[in-house]
Design a protein around this ligand. Structure first.
Ligand code: FE2
Ligand code: FE2
Length: 506
């Protein structure tokens, strides 16, 4: 309740006194609730938000001092001002009232001017206390919002809409009685491809709702300077320029506006409308702070995602460079990345592993940069010396990729993708689980794709023939070469291998 329209609880066992106070207070716009006993008064206090209590001392049952003590001893009620109604002469009562925690006294018989003056002063104090409590709650909320934002920050999965929803949830009014919050919020966020629409937020039956809104506050948000402003009713009529435009657009949307806080920015606009009390610089700062936190996270997420894109681009460039001197096998490197991701996923490895192997498998043959193209492209049989050269490429690859933590899997794959489960591979003749998982996955992926394509020593095979060779063996390629679990995944999902090949051939 605002100062000019407070809900006042008048407690007196004599109805005439309540009637008298009612006449004085209601004439000034206050809502008066009468209670004939201490018990009834306490019931009202727990049932409704009360702004002020005028409390008679002598009542049957629980007397005024006890009611006052209970109010002041209750965490949820103690900020409600209590005025004890005492007889002018009752000094003892006033002392006892002080001890019970009363905020002020009124003497019977009532003096109308005095009653109104006390009420006005105490309601003002109550309003300031409410604001202080509200600000404290807002600050607590903002702190926990910031903490949550940081704790759940996944830059590569940053979802601006989700963060805006959460931000609005922090600001908007959840219950009708929280006056220091806006009833409605309108938010515009530009997505990567330009403008997204406006959304209107409201709390309906305790749930935050978001609905798209046809609203064009500014013809071009890229022209907008970052700024925050707030306005209450009398100033709304005098708004100028950009602010006026903003207000007109809001009015066109057809809901009454009694006050607003508006954050206008290039990538985000937030308009908080209809707080239950006058808006102040504090409300503007609270919104600015939350928007700034959200935009800060967005900016970090954008930068990290840009760096990640650059990393992926470099990996592709290096992979393309490595096959420049190799046989023309189309999209071999892209396909093996997809086969590896497929196998890793089916093996139940983590999403992170799957995404790393999809990218880093591309560099499995990077060591071939060191092998002479005449050997790589030689039609027919290789000499022993040439074959020995080829068998060096895993070692060269591991050396090129080095020991950077971001390239650990790539280096593992480069070094171990020609090792065989039965120990017959190269360069280190590792066997079984001595071979890193990624290397075992890559070995089968590479084999499938090599068999599907023409190589200088063989024609291309169709899908069925290739599956036959891998699953049954042909003397040169044998099922014992592969990790049995990887082979089992292959057997179960052969059609998906074919689909990847068909999609990325060329
Ligand atoms: Fe290789
Ligand atoms: Fe390969």
């Amino acid at each position: 309740m605002e100062t000019n329209k407070a809900r006042i609880l008048c407690v007196d066992d004599e109805p005439v006194n309540i009637k008298l106070l009612e006449a004085i207070l209601m004439a000034h716009g206050h809502e008066v609730i009468g209670a004939a006993s201490g018990k009834e008064a306490l019931e009202w206090l727990h049932a409704l938000p009360i702004d002020l209590v005028l409390l008679d001392v002598m009542m049957p049952g629980i007397n005024g001092f006890e009611v006052c003590r209970r109010i002041k001893g209750d965490e949820g009620l103690r900020d409600i001002p209590v005025v004890m109604i005492t007889a002018l002469s009752a000094k003892k009562d006033r002392i006892q009232g002080i001890e019970a925690g009363a905020d002020d006294y009124l003497a019977k018989p009532f003096d109308q001017t005095e009653v109104l003056a006390r009420v006005r002063m105490l309601l003002k104090v109550k309003k300031l206390k409410d604001r202080l409590n509200d600000s404290y709650t807002t600050i607590l909320g903002m702190t926990s919002f910031a903490r949550q934002l940081v704790q759940t920050f996944e830059p590569l999965e940053f979802d601006l809409q989700d963060k805006i929803d959460r931000m609005v949830g922090q600001i908007i009014r959840r219950q009708d009685e929280i006056l220091g919050r806006p009833k409605t919020m309108l938010v515009h966020a530009a997505n990567g491809s330009g403008k997204s629409g406006w959304h209107r937020y409201e709390v309906v039956s305790g749930t935050l709702t978001r609905t798209p809104l046809a609203l064009e506050i500014s013809p071009d948000l890229s022209e907008v300077r970052e700024e925050i402003f707030f306005c209450n009713q009398p100033e709304l009529a005098e708004m100028e320029g950009e602010h006026r435009l903003c207000l007109e657009q809001l009015r066109a949307f057809d809901f009454p506006i009694s006050n607003l806080v508006c954050y206008l920015g290039r990538s985000i606009c937030v308009v908080a409308v209809n707080y239950g009390r006058e808006v102040t610089r504090y409300d503007a700062s609270a919104i600015e702070s939350l928007v700034t936190q959200t935009l800060f996270m967005k900016s970090i997420a954008d930068q990290i995602s840009e760096t990640e894109d650059a990393f992926a681009y470099t990996v592709h460039a290096l992979a393309r460079a490595s096959e420049a001197n190799d046989e023309d096998t189309g999209n071999h490197i892209l396909r093996v990345g997809e086969y590896c991701a497929l196998i890793a996923g089916k093996l139940g490895l983590s999403d992170k592993f799957v995404s790393i192997i999809r990218l880093q498998a591309l560099m499995h043959d990077v060591g071939k940069i060191h092998i002479h193209p005449d050997i790589l492209k030689k039609p027919g049989k290789l000499t022993g010396e040439e074959f020995a050269q080829i068998r060096q490429h895993p070692l060269y690859g591991a050396k090129i990729l080095g020991a950077h933590p971001r390239l650990t899997m790539a280096a593992e794959i480069a070094l171990s993708h020609h090792e065989r489960w039965d120990g017959g591979g190269y360069p280190n003749r590792l066997a079984g689980e001595q071979i890193p998982t990624a290397g075992r996955i890559m070995n089968l992926a590479d084999q499938y794709d090599a068999l599907r394509n023409a190589r200088c020593y063989k024609p291309p095979f169709d899908h069925a023939t290739t599956c036959g060779i891998i699953i049954e063996g042909d003397g040169r390629t044998m099922p014992s070469h592969f990790d049995p679990q990887v082979l089992a995944v292959f057997k179960k999902n052969v059609s998906e291998f074919e689909a990847i090949y068909e999609k990325l051939k060329g």
